[in-house]
Design a protein around this ligand. Structure first.
Ligand code: SF4
Length: 704
């Protein structure tokens, strides 16, 4: 196998040899091989996570390298229009925009909004840029919209947040797995193999989802609760575990704390009450408890369903309680895990893009953490800003008194992906200055004063951390089109023009080596992880405190990461969603993904074969609801919430509850699902409630 360097490539979009790398999209970070001219994607069977399997997005990933699909020059706005410009002009305009806002309104008037798809190196340097070059408190990122509730609940329970505390290869060896609000058949199809193997080995699969998804069809048991009631469902299961004598007394006594409070909360959620709240019949609840509690080992895996709620942290906490009460944590083939969404959803949340965080999961408010990172950065700890506001709060305050006036947006498209997206679009327009760095002219980039064309995926080298906590190396395989530069170069140039000449290298390995030092001793400790090791070992699991350390594929086998080593039960109780259906808005809306598009669709909507497979948004509705509306498959449906209205064709299916409609969120324009969603925030994680809001639906002609 040849690992080729930049100089070995044959030109834009062309590989001169064969390069082993990883997919640009989701958190599975499937291994793939790039070869040929023009470059083509091939299977890479030796990478253990996907063993050669790729979904349609991965198979077609080379299409996004085509110069025709992407930005190839900086753009600046003149007379209301974007026009091509030199890098110098775009950089000068950006420095002027950021500096003017800070001069007029103070340092915090400059802000940064990052993304969970950025490499570890970019995420790290972006956080440093905010704190050292701009010295602003205002930085957050779109990962806040993805896994933050699971992260908050994981930290509360276990003292540390790593999506999966075990590798995916452990799943087939478990006795029972509960998948909550997760649909890998659409989001990461190669991962389905692990659940199929689980069942082949005699293990049981339970799926909790308001829709009978393709994943639910594989399950031994499907529970189909009312959207937003997963918390009550988990409490009801814990109630039955306790009432039926399934709790693991020895585990609770030896390895946990706080059981009594959790028990008291669960006892108020008896099965008939839970049936009323969730719509899940008592006998199905009982069957689920039997399958899970009676299995020798078990796992609960959550995804965005329970997490993207205004009570997401408590909901995940309730599912963790179920694991702890049955002794299914901290031992092989058991435990709680979160199936992370974005490509670098794990690493992107560890190294300083979050408003309250410094690299290595350090706290920006903790004096010792501040001192360590300041020493690596060569600054006085007192010069480090404090924590700022969360992603939606930052976007909601754009252009207003006390809010950000000049924003640098990197690797994110909030015009499509943020909740209450109409309002967010207004706020972006209200900015004094907006710069966007992206691969394509996304809906958000179209609003910018300056657009930077950035290198992507196979055009640059960098690390990501997959959903297992495995740090992997994406290698450069092709040259970017002339005029396209890396985000590291952008930050290096901006910092220099802002007067910070040192500390912003544009070489990814140099940035990673600094990240290792900054994270050393922190929870997400990368100190022993080098590019050479990652390449040689098919990834290294953090924490890995030194180069002799083997890495940590499995956490918590001896102790949890809390001060006393015990996992903590969460004293949580059911509460309704922030917006429940009423006479004006009588239905639930829930949102999600389809297999052939990815996140805001900025890249995948430019790939012809993916567009053919998933050409546009739709509204999934039950046949009874369709009959009430007099609507058939394909009829245009208007969906209205308190925040706006969207239109998309009907897709009639009995796989959805009668009281619920579903829309995928990958498109802007009239079918934008996030026009409708509710930005009600979880008080701990600040996660918006993407998964539940109240809507009414009509045939579009009737609504006009
Ligand atoms: Fe890429 Fe995810 Fe598909 Fe794998 S499952 S090929 S990482 S999009």
């Amino acid at each position: 196998m040849t690992t080729i360097q930049a100089s070995d490539t044959a030109g834009p979009g062309q590989a001169a040899g064969t390069v082993d790398t990883h997919c640009p999209y989701c958190s599975l970070q499937c291994g793939m091989r790039l070869t040929g001219t023009p470059v083509q994607v091939r299977e890479r069977p030796d990478f253990p996570v996907n063993r050669g399997a790729l979904c349609g997005k991965g198979q077609s990933a080379a299409a996004v390298l085509s110069p025709a699909a992407r930005l190839a020059t900086p753009l600046v706005r003149d007379g209301g229009e974007l026009r091509p410009a030199s890098w110098d002009e775009a950089l000068e305009r950006t420095v002027a925009g950021l500096s003017a806002a800070q001069r007029s309104h103070g340092r915090d008037a400059a802000g940064i909004f990052g993304g969970g798809g950025l490499t570890n190196e970019k995420a790290y340097l972006l956080g440093k840029f905010a704190r050292v070059a701009l010295r602003t408190i205002n930085i957050d990122y779109n990962g806040r919209f993805c896994m933050s509730s699971a992260a908050a609940a994981g930290r509360k329970a276990f003292g540390i947040d790593r999506g999966l505390p075990f590798p995916l290869e452990d799943i087939p060896h478990s006795g029972c797995v509960i998948l909550v609000g997760s649909n890998p058949a659409e989001t990461m199809p190669p991962a389905l193999r692990y659940f199929r193997e689980l069942r082949e080995n005699g293990g049981k699969l339970i799926v909790v989802d308001p829709r009978r998804t393709r994943t639910a069809e594989l399950a031994d048991l499907h529970l189909q609760p009312v959207p937003g009631t997963d918390l009550a469902l988990a409490l009801g299961m814990l109630h039955l575990v306790i009432a039926d004598g399934h709790r693991d007394e020895a585990f609770i006594a030896k390895r946990t704390s706080g059981f009594e409070q959790a028990r008291a909360a669960a006892m108020a959620h008896w099965p008939e009450r839970v049936e009323q709240l969730t719509g899940v019949p008592v006998e199905r609840l009982t069957a689920a408890v039997s399958l899970f509690a009676e299995a020798e080992t078990g796992m609960v895996l959550t995804a965005r369903g329970p997490e993207q709620q205004s009570k997401g942290t408590d909901t995940v906490g309730a599912w963790i309680n179920l694991c702890l009460a049955t002794g299914k944590a901290g031992r092989p083939y058991s435990g709680y895990g979160c199936l992370t969404g974005q490509g670098n959803g794990q690493g992107g949340r560890e190294h300083g893009q979050k408003a309250d965080q410094l690299p290595g999961y350090r706290s920006i408010e903790d004096p010792a953490d501040r001192a360590h990172v300041a020493s690596v950065w060569g600054i006085d700890p007192d010069d480090l800003p404090r924590s700022g506001v969360s992603a939606y709060e930052l976007l909601d305050g754009l252009g207003q008194d006390g809010g950000v006036r000049a924003l640098l947006l990197m690797g994110s498209n909030p015009v499509v992906s943020a909740p209450r997206a109409g309002r967010v679009t207004e706020r972006l327009r209200a900015l004094d200055f907006l710069a966007v760095s992206d691969v394509v002219l996304s809906e958000s980039a179209e609003l910018a004063d300056v657009v930077f064309p950035s290198t992507q995926w196979a055009e640059e080298t960098g690390t990501t951390t997959n959903l297992e906590g495995r740090v992997i190396l994406r290698r450069k395989a092709v040259d970017a089109p002339e005029g396209v530069r890396s985000d590291l170069y952008l930050l290096h140039e901006l910092a220099a023009r802002l007067g910070v000449e040192k500390g912003f290298p544009d070489d990814p390995e140099e940035v990673f080596d600094e990240l290792r030092r900054a994270s050393a001793g922190g929870q997400a400790d990368y100190a022993g992880i080098s590019y050479a090791r990652v390449a040689a070992e098919d990834g290294v699991f953090w924490p890995c405190p030194d180069e002799q350390h083997a890495g940590t594929p499995r956490l918590f086998l001896d102790r949890f990461a809390t001060p006393d080593g015990r996992a903590r039960f969460a004293p949580v109780t059911h509460r309704p969603s922030a917006e429940e259906p009423d006479a004006d808005y009588p239905l639930y809306l829930t949102t999600g993904r389809v297999v052939s598009q990815y996140q805001s669709g900025a890249q995948t909507r430019r790939v012809p074969e993916l567009n053919r497979a998933a050409p546009g948004p739709f509204v999934e509705l039950h046949p009874h609801l369709a009959e009430q509306l007099g609507a058939a498959d394909g009829d245009l449906i208007a969906v209205t919430s308190r925040r706006g209205r969207a239109e998309a064709p009907a897709r009639v299916t009995d796989s959805i509850r009668q009281d619920t409609v579903f829309m995928p969120f990958h498109w802007g324009g009239a079918g934008r699902a996030n026009t409708l969603t509710n930005p009600a925030l979880d008080p701990t994680s600040k996660m918006p409630e993407f998964k539940v809001c109240a809507v009414r639906v009509e045939r579009a002609e009737a609504a006009r």
